[in-house]
Write a protein that binds this ligand. Structure first.
Ligand code: ASP
Length: 331
């Protein structure tokens, strides 16, 4: 059995919501990476960063890295925390539905070797980042959408779950009274979870998972499952993830832009600022929507920037889990 098969089996055998939020999710199943003697020359201690103040997600990912998990395993573990969090109305189970009452999820993952996978508009599956990884590892395709993704999930051992909670149903019914489509800036201060990790070998991986915009049109897919928009990385350079109005992130291919700017020598901070400026310059309506990015380069330096204040990111490194408030274009 090679490492890839081992990890696939290990993940599936442990994927229940209850174990995901437990003290050591997948702890027993993670195959250790090479020992630290083989650490790469960049010599950065493992780091996990993510969008918004998802402190438990960054902690779980960071602690997995400290147990020598590979970066890809760590980001799946971190993102899964929010996918299973019923209080989070913008990711996974408990997410806000589309205007017809269907919770549809989008996710993607990217591995250090440049492989990537995605799922879009998936119903009834909580852990869509793990599912995106399955698409990457077990199919000849990059993305599966809708029913095809759902059937692929069942065939791979994922369980069917009703993602629409009682609270989300009540809020949706309330929304139906006016049916006014107006995405709220910094919805409850948390939206898509995008996560990047550097492991003990210095390798970078990323994952992104969301229920998308609240009360979106049926079938709408945003930036989050699109490599280059919601997430992009190059293991030689660094990575970036986006959150906020997906249509704007897509139009400027934001995460790819940030990584390419870092390749040219921009710091993660300056690269995030440039990507936000690109959105702002192209769209005079930017006062009405939020776009936020976080980025990390190969040296472990990080940055974040957003249009409206109120965005923050998490960083876990060397046992310290910190919330970092992002500077913003509009003060
Ligand atoms: N970017 C996500 C989307 O457009 C939503 C968000 O992050 O708020 O689907």
């Amino acid at each position: 059995m090679d490492r890839r098969q081992f990890l696939s089996i290990a993940f599936l055998s442990s994927i229940t919501s209850s174990t995901l939020v437990g003290a050591a999710p997948f702890g027993l199943h993670i195959q250790k990476k090479k020992n630290s003697m083989e650490r790469k020359s960049n010599n950065v201690t493992p780091i996990a960063i993510c969008t918004w103040a998802f402190s438990n997600a960054s902690k779980q990912a960071g602690e997995a890295l400290e147990r020598n998990a590979a970066a890809l395993d760590a980001v799946i573990i971190g993102v899964a925390v929010e996918e299973a969090n019923l209080k989070n109305t913008t990711v996974g189970k408990g997410g806000t539905p589309d205007r017809e009452g269907n919770v549809t999820l989008d996710a993607c993952v990217m591995a250090p070797n440049g492989d990537c996978g995605a799922v879009a508009c998936v119903e009834n599956i909580t852990h869509v980042a793990a599912l995106a990884r399955k698409v990457m590892e077990n199919t000849p395709h990059f993305m599966l959408a809708g029913k095809g993704a759902e059937e692929f999930a069942y065939a791979n051992g994922f369980k069917k779950e009703n993602l629409l909670t009682e609270t989300a149903t009540q809020q949706w019914k309330e929304w139906l009274k006016t049916s006014e489509y107006k995405p709220i800036i910094n919805i409850e201060n948390h939206d898509t979870i995008g996560m990047l990790a550097i492991d003990a070998q210095g390798d970078i991986a990323g994952a992104c998972s969301t229920s998308g915009l609240s009360y979106k049109m049926k079938g709408r897919v945003g930036d989050s499952p699109i490599i280059g928009s919601g997430l992009f990385l190059d293991n030689d350079v660094g990575g970036a993830v986006g959150t906020g109005m997906g249509e704007e992130i897509l139009k400027t291919v934001g995460s790819f832009l940030i990584v390419e700017l870092m390749r040219q020598g921009y710091s993660p901070q300056k690269a995030c600022e440039e990507a936000v400026h690109r959105v702002v310059t192209k769209n005079p309506d930017h006062t009405n929507f939020q776009v936020a990015y976080i980025a990390m380069n190969k040296a472990g330096e990080i940055g974040s920037y957003c249009i409206h204040s109120g965005f923050a990111m998490m960083k876990y490194q060397d046992g310290k889990n910190e919330t970092i408030t992002s500077p913003s274009f509009l003060k």
